[in-house]
Design a protein around this ligand. Structure first.
Ligand SMILES: CC(C)(COP(=O)(O)OP(=O)(O)OC[C@H]1O[C@@H](n2cnc3c(N)ncnc32)[C@H](O)[C@@H]1OP(=O)(O)O)[C@@H](O)C(=O)NCCC(=O)NCCS
Length: 159
């Protein structure tokens, strides 16, 4: 097991089934449509297909995470979320950097993601990490007010 140090006294490790509850709560803080706890349990039980990186505090409680799905030489960033109280401290960047470093030791060569075009903070983070927009999907996200938002599809090469 490798660990990476992260800002705010956290460290980054791999997600485990025992983290399912906490990751579901962190996800619900960040997204209008939450994912059921059972989905997190299933993803965390299959780390080869859906690896996840967690930013742990000194009690080993996840305060942020990124979850991926591997498909051949590509992967998709399924979701990323950081505890509201700890945003803007570089934890999201550290989670992605850990995933990139890890994946460079595998056949995976690119990472894709979808992001709401109005989520400017996340888009800034992705651009800083080398992602570029490659497509848009209109009406992809349902909003609480009943409207639908466009998704940007972004890709980064892992080198
Ligand atoms: C998106 C998210 C994961 C970013 O995590 P974070 O730990 O706050 O991000 P970081 O502190 O690592 O930010 C890294 C870079 O992105 C930029 N950034 C991140 N959030 C930002 C925001 N809300 N506004 C402006 N810039 C932002 C920062 O400027 C920083 O760049 P810099 O180092 O050059 O200053 C976090 O805001 C979150 O959980 N949001 C809710 C869930 C979400 O929207 N997930 C993404 C969906 S695709």
């Amino acid at each position: 097991m490798s660990y990476w140090t992260a800002p705010a006294g956290l460290f980054i490790g791999y997600g485990e089934p025992a983290h399912a509850d906490t990751l579901a709560k962190l996800h619900a803080q960040g997204f209008y449509r939450g994912w059921p706890h059972e989905d997190f349990e299933a993803y965390l039980a299959d780390p080869l297909q859906t690896p996840s990186y967690v930013a742990l505090d000194n009690r080993r409680t996840p305060r942020g995470f990124a979850m991926l799905r591997i498909a051949g030489d590509e992967c998709e960033l399924l979701t990323i979320a950081v505890d509201k109280k700890l945003r803007g401290k570089g934890i999201g960047r550290a989670l992605l950097a850990a995933a990139f470093a890890d994946l460079r030791m595998t056949p995976v060569r690119s990472m894709f993601l979808e992001v709401d075009e109005t989520n400017l903070g996340a888009i800034k983070l992705y651009k800083n990490m080398g992602f570029a927009e490659i497509a848009t999907r209109k009406g992809y996200y349902s909003k609480p007010d009943g409207s639908a938002a466009t998704a940007l599809v972004m890709r980064a090469n892992l080198g």
